[in-house]
Design a protein. Structure first.
Length: 130
């Protein structure tokens, strides 16, 4: 089976090919799948669409993948490469987290606020909260 990453649709987890059959895995609302964590939603002779509940994807699949990546790192990489990989991943996640904080702050105030605020005003604002 071949795996291809895809940017087609944010709900698409992956597209796998089994011979000439294209299998698309999508995340679906938990309620849309009834009591099942995953199920075949659509199919014909060359295409299959499988829905995976968002909860199952987040809680089971993500945990399994992280576990396997960790095992691979422990078993197959030297210490220097591990440190470098962990550092790079940590920086990415820190940046993503900080960007989320920035987005929340921008949403809380108008865009003009950012243009009007200086470092000194920011310090006054922080000190004014105490």
């Amino acid at each position: 089976m071949k795996y291809y990453e895809t940017d087609e649709d944010p709900d698409t987890l992956a597209i796998l090919y089994r011979g000439d059959v294209r299998v698309r895995f999508i995340t679906a609302d938990d309620a849309a799948l009834g009591t099942k964590d995953y199920r075949v939603l659509l199919w014909d002779s060359s295409n299959i669409v499988i829905g995976i509940s968002a909860t199952y994807s987040r809680d089971i699949i993500d945990e399994f993948v992280v576990s396997k990546i960790t095992e691979d790192m422990i078993d197959n990489f030297d210490e220097e490469l591990k440190r470098e990989m962990v550092r790079d991943i940590a920086i990415k996640h820190l940046a993503d987290t900080l960007e989320g904080i920035l987005e929340n702050l921008v949403r809380d105030r108008s865009a003009n606020y950012i243009e009007e605020t200086s470092f000194e005003e920011g310090i006054k604002d922080i000190l004014g909260d105490y």
